[in-house]
Design a protein around this ligand. Structure first.
Ligand code: GLU
Length: 515
């Protein structure tokens, strides 16, 4: 078993180190949060390090604020960065644009040229576009071991001309020289062995004409220098992985190259295609951890945090998108996820995002929250609405209403009557049940409540049942008189919490108002 043997070697000899390496091209999608999470869970499971590296070599796609957004998102969901941008560390800097300034990448690109595994290419973008246009769509152009023979590069041009062009500072890129006829075998922890013929692999650009390395070169050098043991990233990188393996090989680092794990895609709720921002907008759920305002368009996209999700719930939801712990307990804390996580149980196929399930998770977490914690949040909302009740009273309200809520922001609609007496009464219930008998029963109960010794849910219930001839048919009327609504928390507990005085007052009011 290649995986286990290799894995043991990694564990015995090297500290487990994983990195999350986003490009700051916009807000982090929840798929990106999942990549960060799986990196983090694996690193922590093995007592290792979790790094944050910012891959900003593509200056044309740089979006201001994206890096800060990434850092804040990780912090909000509880992923702690051991090393990297925002915290520093032994391998500084952790931002690729700064590493480029130090000449870190050029040196290795030159080394590949010297060893004959890379070459200079002078073809202009226009020339390559011209070729692309000439070719039919079903056979798109690739700069590869065949086509390079007819293109303008240091493999085809005479040596002195290459030298002249370089001396004249003519623009060039450095490309990987992929062998023509070789089988490339690559191991992925999730997918097993992947075998690709080198004729399928293009001669990737390693260094661009502006001197910036491409992702292909930069991530390898950084993973090597930062002693990364596992590179866990999205499935979209799998097709490039054979070229990456060749780069490791040609730099002489194959024996310490990280183990790859390519994560399955996050799919739309119906399973048809990749989950996008548009699906979120259409179906009303966020695809970003935090709200994001696009600096260019001013457009705002909703975030899980602002929608009222708990970070623990978000982590739990995301952890299970593609990973199956092998048991039926769905609610898992970060510590439990760390203890149980393994790549063997990550699926190869895409994971469908289910917005209802996401809400369900939040509801479960809400139910498990301490009532005093919930009350603190609810009080903020109440104060904003001009109500300033005692914290203890609000805590009891939370206890009674939380069962029905998915989010704290729903508390007001579920329990506003605990703070304001109703001025409207459920029309259906009134139409069906508000008759002379009911009025008589409510009036009698009201008087009996005034004299009840112990104002306790069980006593209130007992008294009500004694006061009415037919308590079953007036119970809902009592509820509507107290809250305005036909449904809600346990009636007797609701009455106990409202207090005797308030209950009597509301029954009197109802008898006057309801016709
Ligand atoms: N910068 C790459 C991206 O954002 C990272 C891929 C990787 O983790 O190696 O997709």
């Amino acid at each position: 078993m290649y995986f286990n043997a290799n894995f043991a070697r990694m564990e015995n000899n090297r500290r487990v180190r994983l990195r999350f390496a986003p490009s700051p091209t916009g807000p982090l999608h929840i798929g990106g949060v999942r990549t960060a999470l799986y990196n983090y869970l694996f690193a922590k499971h093995h007592g290792g390090d979790f790094l944050l590296r910012i891959e900003d070599t593509d200056q044309t796609r740089f979006v201001p604020g994206a890096e800060e957004y990434i850092i804040e998102s990780l912090k909000w969901v509880g992923i702690k960065i051991d090393e990297g941008v925002s915290v520093g560390g032994k391998y500084e800097p952790y931002r690729q644009s700064e590493r480029k300034e130090l000449g870190i990448y050029k040196k290795y690109a030159d080394q590949l040229i010297e060893s004959g595994h890379a070459y200079y290419a002078f073809d202009t973008a226009e020339e390559l576009d011209e070729i692309r246009k000439r070719l039919s769509n079903d056979k798109p152009f690739q700069y590869n071991s065949i086509t390079r023979q007819n293109l303008k590069n240091s493999l085809t041009l005479p040596e002195d001309e290459v030298k002249k062009r370089l001396d004249n500072n003519e623009p060039y890129v450095i490309r990987l020289k992929v062998p023509r006829n070789e089988e490339i075998r690559l191991h992925d922890i999730i997918r097993g062995w992947v075998v690709v013929h080198s004729s399928q692999v293009d001669d990737k650009v390693l260094l661009k004409s502006d001197g910036m390395p491409t992702y292909h070169l930069a991530h390898i050098i950084d993973d090597y220098l930062m002693e990364i043991t596992h590179a866990v990233r999205g499935e979209e990188w799998l097709p490039s992985a054979p070229a990456h393996l060749l780069i490791y090989r040609y730099l002489g680092w194959e024996n310490v190259m990280p183990q790859y794990a390519h994560l399955p895609l996050l799919l739309k709720p119906d399973g048809n295609g990749k989950l996008s921002k548009r699906d979120g907008d259409k179906l009303g759920f966020p695809v970003f951890p935090l709200e994001w305002k696009d600096p260019a368009t001013g457009e705002t996209s909703s975030g899980y945090r602002e929608m009222g999700y708990f970070p623990e719930a978000v982590i739990n939801i995301i952890a299970l998108l593609g990973w199956n712990p092998g048991h039926n307990t769905e609610m898992m804390s970060m510590d439990e996820l760390i203890a149980q996580f393994s790549f063997e149980k990550v699926s190869k196929s895409g994971a469908k995002f289910d917005p209802d399930k996401a809400k369900w998770f939040n509801q479960q977490y809400l139910r498990h929250k301490d009532d005093t914690e919930l009350a603190k949040e609810f009080l903020i909302d109440l104060n904003r609405r001009g109500h300033h009740p005692e914290a203890e009273y609000v805590t009891h309200v939370c206890r009674l209403i939380k069962e029905k809520a998915h989010f704290i922001k729903e508390f007001w609609d579920l329990g506003s009557f605990f703070f304001v007496a109703p001025d409207k009464y459920d029309a259906d219930v009134i139409k069906k049940r508000w008759n002379e008998d009911a009025k008589k029963a409510i009036a009698k109960a009201k008087d009996d409540f005034k004299n009840l010794n112990d104002w306790k849910a069980s006593e209130i219930e007992k008294q009500f049942k004694l006061s009415c001839e037919n308590p079953g048919s007036v119970m809902q009327v009592l509820r509507v008189c107290l809250s305005g609504f036909g449904g809600g928390p346990v009636l007797w507990e609701m009455a106990e919490l409202l207090g005797r005085e308030e209950v009597v007052k509301r029954l009197e009011a109802a008898l006057n108002i309801i016709k």
